[in-house]
Design a protein around this ligand. Structure first.
Ligand code: EPZ
Length: 420
């Protein structure tokens, strides 16, 4: 497996452009299942997960034409509404085909995603919501077999805030008979971007971005053109890397408003942050100050930024208390950061990080996407060489990571498997 070799100890400096958001692109690609007309998307990031989703949709009979400028999806008909285990096991977001397939075809066979490195991650809220809309869902041999003559509107109060759960039900409700209310809905910007795309296709949606989303179903949806929103987690990752290395960067093509909680914490850590239009400038002089945080659904502090801020805390002045409330097993990176000399104590869903003056390079293992981003930041700060194993985790969610880091002056290179 490819590895990333990082020689740390140099502040990041310069300007890069932010890519489209993985967690908006994935549900929006699934929205193409809802219409017989072409859906044209721009700003789709070139990521491993996007390729997996394109493959999954292609297996159902969709035509997916991708170029750097645009991705055109067309599903005049859906031959086989099935999402196989082989693909679903590589990417949980595949469950996002369930709602659209049920709404469009009246049937779907979707593999259960199974366990994940960061937590159990059940899909019970997706299933309960679709059943409330009249679907019958049987679990057989590891697959969800779902049928529904035509979904009908319902009032659905989610037991907890779930991003893809909200997205799945919103897509299903777009073609259902009557009105659906989703309460305790996720408010993430990616949910809003999906609603924007569905509305461009002719859906009737109100309240996306608030805890209550109202969808009035229509008989059919049309085609549309949609630009995927920039990636707030990619943005936050580069900002945290700049802050941890004592650098000065400018990120363009971003959405500063979607990053309030992250920017507030960076300012608390001592960074100077300025936003103008779609760009964010950050400068950190000297060592950061320890910042404690608690992850929460949007607009709270994103769990997908937790590992990156732990890396920042490892070299900060003082002690940071980091509490993870979304996923029950999202501290794998802490054990790897200890290999670089970090002082981290884990107590249940809380990590106590005592900042140290310096980290030393070492070999580390990436366990999941955001954990690997945290390890890359720790490697950029550490003295000497760090080798991050299992880079494919990073390729799932960061477009051209080593090119962008090199453009900011980092010494980083990809080492093909077997060469180290
Ligand atoms: C989305 O995952 C993101 N993925 C995740 O990003 C992100 O970490 C997460 O939201 C939280 O912000 C995509 O958008 C593709 P949830 P999702 O359902 O929707 C529990 C990344 O790094 N739950 O909001 O799968 C669940 O176990 C990825 O880009 C149920 O119990 O997350 C978790 O504890 C990682 N039953 C909590 O809710 C359900 O039916 C929130 O999960 C659904 C979820």
């Amino acid at each position: 497996m490819d590895k990333l070799r990082i020689t740390g100890g140099r502040p990041l400096e310069g300007e890069i452009r932010i890519s489209g958001a993985k967690n908006a692109a994935l549900p929006i690609l699934c929205a193409a299942l809802l219409t017989a007309k072409p859906l044209t998307l721009t700003n789709v990031p070139a990521l491993r997960d996007v390729s997996t989703m394109a493959k999954l949709l292609g297996e159902m009979g969709l035509s997916v034409k991708r170029s750097p400028e645009r991705t055109v999806l067309h599903a005049p008909s859906i031959e086989d509404p099935t999402a196989s285990y082989d693909l679903v096991k590589t990417m949980r977001a595949s469950v996002l085909v369930l709602g659209p397939l049920l709404a469009r075809c009246g049937r779907a066979k979707v593999s259960l995603p199974g366990g994940c490195a960061i937590g159990a991650r059940p899909v019970d809220q997706h299933v309960t919501g679709l059943e409330a809309m009249g679907a019958t869902i049987a679990i057989e041999h590891g697959y969800m077999h779902a049928t529904a003559e035509r979904l009908r509107g319902a009032r659905i109060v989610m037991d907890l805030v779930t991003v893809t759960g909200t997205e799945n039900l919103m897509m299903a409700a777009a073609l259902a008979e009557g009105e659906t209310l989703i309460e305790n809905a996720a408010r993430e910007p990616e949910v809003v971007d999906l609603a924007r795309c569905l509305t461009a296709m002719g859906a009737k949606i109100q309240g996306a971005g608030s805890p209550v989303i109202r969808i009035t179903g229509v008989r059919t949806l049309g085609g549309a053109e949609h630009r995927v929103v920039p990636d707030r987690i990619e943005t936050g990752t580069y900002l945290a890397a700049a802050a941890a290395t004592g650098g000065k960067v400018r990120l363009t093509g971003a959405v500063p408003d979607a990053l309030d909680a992250t920017l507030d914490k960076l300012r608390e850590a001592g960074a100077t942050v300025a936003t103008t239009g779609d760009s964010i400038e950050l400068q950190m002089s000297g060592r950061p100050t320890a910042v404690s945080l608690r992850t929460a659904p949007y607009p709270g502090f994103a769990t997908d930024m937790q590992a990156q801020f732990m890396a920042l805390a490892t070299v900060a002045h003082g002690t940071a208390v980091i509490t993870e409330t979304i996923f029950e097993n999202r501290f794998m990176h802490a054990l790897e950061m200890q290999r670089l000399g970090a002082d981290i104590r884990l107590e249940g869903n809380t990590a106590i990080v005592n900042g140290v003056a310096r980290l030393q390079g070492a070999r580390v293992m990436a366990t999941d996407l955001r954990a690997s981003a945290g390890l890359v930041i720790a490697g950029l700060v550490a003295e000497g060489e760090t080798v991050v194993d299992r880079v494919y985790q990073l390729d799932r969610g960061y477009e051209a990571l080593e090119n962008k880091l090199s453009a900011l002056g980092a010494r980083v290179e990809r080492v093909r498997s077997g060469l180290l």
